[in-house]
Ligand binder design. Structure first.
Ligand code: NAP
Length: 290
């Protein structure tokens, strides 16, 4: 299969590209700076100014967008929203202009789509939340659904655990210093996924013709923040007695909701389709990654 990947230079994109190449797929890697080469790929331009050239792509995975990590200033929020909403619109426009559209369009989305749900299990049919990330995700998914591809998958990813980037390397440094601890009450649920399982799930969605619509990209066993903290501390053989009170996280502004809201998200569609998770439980994932 010829797979076009936007954001191929990012955390998920790099691993997905490697995995796709290993499985014998051809990869067209889209970047704002296509002069930056990615080994084994054909490079093409991705820009929010004009539709990208997806010629010859049989599947498209759209991952490009401003990182949501960090302080959500007004300018940062605008970059998050614009890069995703406009970027996805450009992808849909490009697909609409193709004589031979791709068989499948997989648009990366996020579990930030869902509201704070307490202890309730969240499946793909759950409604959208009201906060900034939820509403941005809703608009960005709406742009994806305008694409004229026979199959559209909205892959709503949870917290990605990886050695190479994202939250885990930062948490590991903090915990190694003995400064790890639960966030707020620690009772909030965290829906996480090992990077390798997530990338295998992207390819599963590309290859499995019966899959379309929202798909939660999370492990089958989410954990409470307090259990995440204990498991990470025990894998690193460090104490984690501290706790960061909720009020102390509020200086992060709206981003604090991403740390304190409870998301007991389950991979309903992936499990129903028999997707074989290699790292379904947190201790297994952390043993592999640390
Ligand atoms: N990592 C997670 O825990 C996680 C969780 C939930 C959802 N997701 C979603 O999954 C997607 C990929 O995640 P990731 O962690 O791989 O992201 P990432 O490492 O930040 O990479 C995203 C890529 O997007 C491009 N990009 C960055 N800023 C951009 C902007 N302002 N406009 C257009 N393109 C931009 C960059 O590629 P170039 O510089 O080559 O153009 C970058 O390599 C994102 O949409 C993210 O929101 C990730």
């Amino acid at each position: 299969m010829n797979i076009g990947i936007t954001g191929a230079s990012g955390l998920i994109g790099r691993r997905l590209t490697d995995l796709a190449l290993q499985r014998g797929h051809e990869v067209f890697a889209f970047s704002r700076t296509p002069a930056r080469r990615i080994l084994g790929c054909t490079m093409r331009l991705f820009s929010t100014d004009a539709p990208p050239d997806f010629e010859s792509c049989e599947a498209i995975v759209h991952l490009a967008g401003e990182s949501v990590l960090g302080l959500w200033t007004a300018a940062k929020k605008q970059r998050i929203a614009q890069s995703r909403i406009l970027g996805t619109r450009r992808v849909a426009e490009a697909i609409a202009s193709m004589q031979n559209p791709p068989e499948v369009f997989i648009s990366g989305s996020a579990i930030g789509f869902y509201p704070d749900s307490g202890d309730t299990e969240v499946l793909e049919s759950a409604p959208c939340g009201a906060g900034f990330l939820a509403q941005t995700s809703r608009l960005w998914e709406a742009e994806a659904l305008k694409a004229a591809a026979p199959r559209i998958v909205l892959l709503r990813t949870g917290l990605v655990l990886a050695r190479e980037g994202g939250a885990l390397p930062l948490l590991t440094r903090i915990f190694r210093l003995g400064l790890g601890g639960k966030l707020g009450s620690g009772q909030q649920w965290m829906a996480w996924i090992h990077l390798d399982d997530l990338c295998r799930l992207f390819l599963f969605c590309a290859e499995n013709q019966s899959l379309s619509g929202p798909v939660n990209g999370t492990a089958p066993w989410p954990v409470r923040n307090t259990d995440f903290t204990k498991t990470l501390a025990s894998k690193l053989r460090r104490p984690a007695f501290l706790s960061v009170p909720a009020f102390a996280l509020r200086w992060l502004g709206e981003f604090s909701h991403e740390l304190l809201d409870s998301k007991r998200v389950l991979p309903g569609v992936a499990s129903a389709q028999g997707f074989p998770f290699r790292f379904p439980e947190l201790p297994l994932a952390l043993s592999n990654l640390l």
